[in-house]
Ligand binder design. Structure first.
Ligand SMILES: [Zn+2]
Length: 346
């Protein structure tokens, strides 16, 4: 079996395509094996290659979290899935026995793990995972789009719908349009009926975001986005800020927030340490919301939107498995607008 692997952390030159990996077997009767048709990159993949604290890999470690494929083997206790079914994969795995899991809040599970980060990844020919982590879609569904869909959209859905509870007519500010989660947030915010401002340092990305429904844009180079948003809203500020940039943008995000505003984050790509003036936090009655991945109900919700064609990720480029490193280099450059997908099976 082929697989894009690393055997040690470091730069992208650590990525190695191997063709001598064993095909994984079902380890329980509640699992399925999926033959991967396409896999997609997330920023997480760059962190995995570079090394993450408290995450240990076993060499050769298969990278990749997102994928779409067809069911290839089915455990005897699995119902509703058969060999040949085309499926979307939720890369978040939990123990399904703790109090959070029983409450339906799998991303809070103490044993929560993500394919490619805590468990072998998806940039390979076959993946074994619990049947509860896959959902059937139409046989004609495009594997490139399906692979690009799940992690970003699931993350964005939980951020905006479950955590920030964006309402029709609210004003949402999204930093750094072009990445998978930011673009999914744009599409979901528009689906919810919000007014959306997006930022970028690229005029081309801002123009493309407008074509996808963004109401307003800010070129954030040399601009204090907080002040700019207050000026544009007659000092009122916005209702929700989506900030997964962290250190570089946090104070501007708070500057943009109106009273009762919510800042929602799923990461800190520029650095993790931020400062918040607690006086402004309580006086303005802000909420600072963390969010990660999504639960089963949220997975079901986004799969319904996928099936109906209402949510679909923009694709930046598609690469063959033997040139997957180029996709990683493009991700590292930050120049992409939309998802980078690696085609694996046919
Ligand atoms: Zn659990």
């Amino acid at each position: 079996m082929r697989g894009l692997t690393i055997s040690a952390h470091g730069g992208l030159d650590r990525l190695e395509l191997r063709d001598d990996l064993p095909v994984p077997a079902l380890e329980s009767d509640t699992q399925v094996r999926v033959r991967i048709l396409a896999a997609a990159l997330n920023h997480l993949d760059l962190f995995v290659v570079g090394g993450l604290p408290n995450v240990h890999i076993v060499a050769p470690w298969i990278v990749g979290s997102d994928a779409m494929g067809t069911v290839d083997a089915v455990g005897s206790a699995v119902s509703g899935l058969g060999v040949g079914d085309r499926v979307l994969i939720n890369p978040g795995l939990s123990d399904r026995t703790c109090a959070y899991c029983l409450e339906g809040e799998q991303p809070l599970c103490p044993r929560f793990g993500i394919l490619g980060e805590h468990l072998p990844g998806t940039m390979t020919d076959y993946v074994v995972l619990p049947a509860t982590n896959v959902r059937r879609v139409d046989d004609a569904a495009d594997p490139v789009v399906g692979a690009a869909f799940t992690l970003s959209t699931l993350t964005a859905w939980r951020m905006l719908v479950s955590r920030a509870r964006v309402q029709r007519g609210e004003h949402v500010l999204i930093w750094g349009i072009g990445g998978g989660v930011a673009l999914a947030c744009l599409q979901i915010a528009k689906l919810l009926g919000a007014f959306v401002t997006v930022t970028s340092s690229s005029d081309e990305k801002l123009a493309r975001a407008v074509a996808l429904g963004a109401d307003e844009t800010i070129d954030h180079r040399g601009v204090d986005v907080g002040r700019e948003m207050r000026a544009r809203t007659a000092k009122r500020g916005v209702d929700v800020v989506v900030d997964s940039v962290g250190e570089a943008t946090w104070s501007q995000s708070l500057g943009a927030l109106g009273r009762r505003g919510r800042l929602v984050t799923c990461g800190g790509t520029s650095g993790p340490m931020v400062t918040t003036d607690v006086r402004r936090l309580f006086w303005n009655q802000w909420s600072i919301l963390g969010s990660t991945m999504g639960n089963d109900a949220e997975f079901d919700a986004i799969v319904e939107h996928f099936r109906a064609g209402r949510l679909h990720p923009p694709i930046d480029g598609v690469y063959p498995l033997d040139d997957a490193r180029s996709a990683f280099e493009r991700m590292a450059s930050g120049r992409q607008f939309g998802k980078l997908v690696v085609r694996i099976g046919s």
